[in-house]
Design a protein around this ligand. Structure first.
Ligand code: HEC
Ligand code: HEC
Length: 409
């Protein structure tokens, strides 16, 4: 088969001969079809070289300061009774301008080295800020080690420690870790991040209104994202409405599922201890992980030999080996797959684990330490009822709330 030299390639060839040294890359890349493919823009390696489209922000800022005040009365009372519960530091109160900047940063792909990943790439609003896969793809397509976590009600975790292994001491510290992570976003240094964002047209004004100065500094980036994250609270579920109406909105199946969760000690781990137990209105907030287990976090019997040491990897204490931060079950319907490694695709699989898959190990939670039969052995009806109840913990408004949405869309 003979190849004809296209007109375009011919021009390239002549140009190439005439300008030997300047022989352009685009000529070499050109195909010889009748409709040559458009020449892609080479990514600009200079910091600040790619100015993305500006975010769409409302004329009047959304209210982020007041989100805590929209809680149902029983939750408001719980918060008032536990004033130390909110981990907002004195030095970083939420302001509407600060959280607005945080929202932009959260969804801006410029926070990854090749402009392919934002925080929102792995924390999707419609999935209660998780991403639907066992482990997430970072900026070069490499996979994270663990399952993405929901970033909801984070401000009510008293000890403030973040990640499955609680290695970040607070939210402010957490926010810059994915940016610098060589799998997640790959920015080489905080200085490189500051330079890059300084060169993006919309940031100086956003920093000025949030912090009074146009200077883009990494501690302000951390503060702004933290303000946005702390503003994400979620208490608009059928469960929360049920508390106010003695669960008159619940089916018999949902009520039975709720009772089983209380009687089988699920709430001892998956709620604050003070509201755990039969007949109590559990907050379904994890306010702390200390005190529920032998060590710092908890173990629900996934493995007898821990492939991931979890918190133990950080603290090196025997009692912490194989333990993890307990996930909140609020919005669990939206956060599949489940567990720190995303091993269970469905809620059915997760409940089957508690029914028949519990494996004894030295650090298993006391709630399960006596169980020899491999689990709590639920009937098919009980499993259905627990799942029906878990779905009452879904807050549909969270998934669509405009102030938490991607401003680049
Ligand atoms: C490539 C996917 C990916 C990107 C990008 C990403 N995350 Fe995550 N996020 C994860 C995974 C996976 C975990 C769990 C990691 C672990 O525990 O080791 C996580 C955990 C978290 C947690 C801990 C929540 C908790 O309850 O302890 C927070 C907060 C968080 N991410 C916020 C962010 C922010 C802010 C950004 C952007 C600066 C971001 N993430 C970018 C995947 C991602
Ligand atoms: C000893 C404390 C403990 C008890 C009791 C407990 N869990 Fe868990 N649960 C955990 C921990 C810890 C995890 C995360 C484990 C991991 O990923 O390594 C978890 C994870 C889950 C998940 C997956 C959540 C997610 O986002 O990945 C579901 C669903 C769940 N538990 C439901 C229940 C139910 C239902 C019960 C009662 C039958 C129960 N749990 C009892 C500690 C407990």
């Amino acid at each position: 088969m003979t190849k004809t030299i296209s007109k375009r390639n011919l021009i390239c060839l002549i140009a190439g001969i005439a300008l030997v040294i300047l022989n352009s890359v685009s000529c070499k890349k050109e195909n010889n079809g009748a409709n040559p493919a458009p020449i892609p823009n080479e990514p600009n390696p200079e910091p600040g070289g790619n100015d993305p489209a500006a975010p769409n922000l409302p004329g009047t800022l959304y209210d982020y300061v007041g989100t805590r005040n929209n809680m149902p009365p029983y939750m408001q009372a719980f918060m008032n009774a536990n004033p130390t519960l909110d981990n907002t530091p004195v030095g970083n109160p939420i302001t509407n301008a600060g959280a607005t900047l945080g929202r932009v940063l959260f969804y801006d792909k410029s926070l990854s080295v090749n402009n392919t990943r934002s925080c929102g790439s792995c924390h999707h609003q419609d999935k209660a800020f998780t991403d639907g896969v066992a482990t997430s793809e970072g900026f070069e397509g490499n996979l994270t080690r663990r399952n993405s976590m929901p970033v909801v009600n984070l401000r009510f975790f008293r000890s403030a420690t973040m990640f499955w292994d609680m290695r970040a001491k607070d939210i402010e510290t957490q926010t810059l870790i994915p940016v610098l992570d060589h799998i997640e976003m790959g920015i080489p240094s905080l200085a490189a991040l500051e330079t890059k964002l300084t060169g993006i047209s919309y940031y100086p004004a956003l920093f000025k209104s949030a912090f009074g100065s146009e200077v883009v500094a990494s501690d302000k980036i951390a503060k702004a994202i933290s303000q946005f994250l702390r503003s994400i609270v979620s208490f608009n579920s059928r469960y929360d409405q049920g508390v106010a109406t003695q669960f008159s909105n619940f089916s018999a199946s949902e009520k039975n599922g709720m009772r089983l969760m209380q009687a089988d000690f699920c709430t001892e781990c998956h709620s604050d201890f003070s509201t755990a137990g039969v007949g109590k209105n559990a907050s379904y907030l994890i306010v702390d992980n200390t005190g529920v287990n032998t060590g710092f976090g908890s173990n629900n019997g996934l493995e007898s030999n821990y492939t991931d040491k979890g918190i133990g990897e950080i603290t090196h204490k025997p009692a912490d080996q194989g333990t993890f931060k307990i996930p909140s079950l609020r919005n669990v319907e939206l956060t599949a797959p489940y567990m720190h490694d995303g091993r269970f695709a469905t809620l059915e699989d997760a409940i089957e684990h508690y029914s028949t898959g519990i494996k004894q190990n030295p650090n298993i939670g006391i709630q399960f330490s006596g169980i020899q039969s491999g689990g709590l052995v639920f009937s098919a009806k009980d499993k259905n009822d627990i799942i029906a109840f878990l779905k009452t913990l879904t807050d549909q408004s969270l998934a669509t709330e405009p102030k938490y949405a991607d401003p680049f869309k």
